[in-house]
Write a protein that binds this ligand. Sequence first.
Ligand code: UTP
Length: 296
Amino acid sequence: MAEPGKRPITAAILPVAGLGTRVLPATKAIPKEMLPVVDKPVVQFVVEEALAAGIERIVLVTGRGKGAIEDHFDHMFELEASLRARGKDEGLAAASDFVPQPGQVISTRQQSPLGLGHAVWCARHAVGDGAVAVLLPDVIIRAPRGCLAQMVDVYDRHGGNVVALEEVPWDVTYRYGIVETGARDGSTVEVTGMVEKPKAGEAPSNLSLVGRYILQPEVFAALASQEPGAGGEIQLTDAMASLLGKQPFHGLVYDGRQFDCGDKAGYVEANAAYGLDHPDIGPEVRKRLAALLSQA
Ligand code: UTP
């Protein structure tokens, strides 16, 4: 195996096996990762971000009731044939334009939702022996250039591990994974510590992890022996923390902003933001939102 930092990024892991309890009842029969933002399921935004960063192997960690996600990345022959026969070219393009290359999307299974760290560990045999990217598929990031592509630039410079960071108000740091930082060079900071959901007043900074990571494969050994942490779940943050001081570890305060679609308010906000941006319906959405706000 090459030195940390000289390893290529061989796969992107998307853990999609969680229960999505925060957006119930929507997620009773639909995976939360399939909830649409305007006209695209959230997981598609995230797969597009990984492909745009040059990563060719996408590993979905799925669970029971998540089959719709695998179907979404395949052709729907009956639908496509029917749209073709009716001359519905726009619909046909929308249904078939984004289908990854054969073999590019691989699935593995997390039999019980024991936590994000456990879900990532379940992908260990499917990722090759390089570094891996991990993308939380319920977080979409609007950015002038894909967040993961921005992180790959930092990885090319520093190697090791790279996490995406965003500033949050100090009084809500207890909701997030928060990092402790060392030297800063522009938007890149050295990460010297991290804690998942610190108690109020105990956060080491107001820079939070946003759900995009580039990690060295040693993280899998750390996860294998990781005890449950915050919320009784096996936490990725705890396993990453065990790599600190042993390998280079940097954070990128990326250019852009995130929408947490696993949270009701974040999901509604994402629909408003992407609706306003949409080339076809943007002006109409703006009018309707303005009218709603003026009546509120
Ligand atoms: P979340 O904590 O946001 O997902 O994990 P959740 O557990 O589904 O959400 P709530 O709190 O019940 O609403 C972030 C990502 O990690 C995946 C989820 O599917 C989500 O995309 N995840 C989480 C797993 O794959 N397995 C787990 O055991 C936990």
